[in-house]
Design a protein around this ligand. Structure first.
Ligand code: ADP
Ligand code: MG
Length: 327
């Protein structure tokens, strides 16, 4: 039954509870990561992401619940699991007096199935830094090196905790390509992030986590499509619209800002919004968009600017948690 063993999920977590004293950091978390996925755990600081990863890595023990990794029960097979998964360490944890090649050779020496340092450095685009020290790398290079170090034992699964936090946009994009490449070579990836763009771009599925609970697990697309209102529409007209004209657009009006408005509170809040500008929420359907445009044409007013923004994961998060995903 080797075939069945191969089909086991990469990670299966059931009813995970983690308490620190009276504080509950994880409150009944259940999910499965399939082989070959890039699975993201998305949530704000303190959600329980790192605790979840550290339990998967056997660095922490759950208070309650079961975890199996690569089909192996963590309670009885932790050593075997550790040999077959890759864990990203903080760059600061590496010996400063060894160069990159030496660090990878040292880390590899702990494993029977190890990758050559030169191969790893090539895979992460750091061949030219082979004899440099970690302290001599940029932030992005350090994170790429951390990924190389996580691959030292040719793992089937790598676990990356906020691999791109603190990186500049270019370095983030480089790291995204690297993670995709690693995944395309057949390595399952579990990562945490609090960046929506990253989650949407990189992850085949996402677990949305807040305050120790999993709120949803699905593909980014499905999470977005499940929300009722799917377009944010921002209209700027050449003259104010009447209430009746606005209502005919069939959207849920969120903010009005017209030359005719004299609500000082609203003006204070939205003072950066141009005159005669209206923010609407529109139902997720092409016909709603078309009928809105038809209604605008009927008003005879000039349309100076129109912006349509599809629902983002940020909206999903807001809907699920009632708060924005911010540091
Ligand atoms: P995240 O990685 O999503 O930011 P963590 O898993 O690090 O969140 O932490 C989840 C919660 O558990 C936080 O409120 C954190 O303060 C708490 N926590 C984590 N580790 C410990 C610990 N060793 N002792 C007490 N509380 C902890
Ligand atoms: Mg964390």
């Amino acid at each position: 039954m080797i075939f069945c063993a191969i089909m086991e999920p990469a990670v299966q977590v059931e009813n995970l509870v983690k308490r620190f004293g009276t504080f509950t950091a994880l409150d009944g978390v259940t999910f499965a990561v399939e082989r070959g996925e890039v699975f993201g755990i998305l949530g704000p600081n303190g959600a329980g992401k790192t605790t979840t990863l550290e339990i998967i890595e056997s660095l922490q023990k759950p208070t309650e619940g079961r975890v199996s990794v690569l089909g192996l029960d963590l309670q009885s097979k932790a050593a075997e699991v550790k040999a077959r998964i890759g864990v990203q360490l903080q760059a600061s944890a590496y010996y400063d007096y060894l160069n990159l090649t030496e660090i990878l050779a040292l880390l590899g020496s702990f494993y029977p199935n190890k990758a050559a340092p030169a191969t790893l450095l090539e895979q992460v685009g750091l061949s030219d830094k082979a004899v440099n020290r970690v302290a001599e790398l940029s932030g992005g290079q350090k994170q790429r090196f951390a990924v190389a170090a996580s691959l030292v034992n040719n793992p089937e699964l790598v676990v990356l905790d906020e691999p791109t936090t603190g990186l500049d946009p270019q370095a983030r994009r480089n790291l995204w390509s690297l993670i995709k490449e690693v995944n395309q070579r057949g390595v399952t990836v579990v990562l945490t992030t609090h960046a929506m763009d990253e989650a949407e771009l990189l992850c085949s599925r996402l677990a949305i986590m807040d305050q120790g609970k999993l709120l949803a697990v699905d593909t980014p697309r499905n999470l977005i499509n499940k929300l009722e209102a799917s377009y944010a529409v921002k209209l700027t007209m050449d003259r104010p619209m009447t209430m009746a004209q606005l209502e005919a657009l069939n959207g849920r009006v969120e903010v009005l800002q017209s030359g005719e408005q004299n609500d000082p509170a609203a003006e204070d809040q939205e003072s950066n919004i141009a005159e005669n500008t209206y923010l609407l929420r529109l139902a997720n359907s092409p016909s709603a968009l078309k009928s809105m445009l038809d209604e605008i044409a009927k008003t005879g007013l000039g349309l100076e600017n129109l912006q349509i923004t599809p629902v983002t994961l940020e909206d999903v998060f807001l809907e699920l948690t009632g708060t924005e995903l911010r540091d």
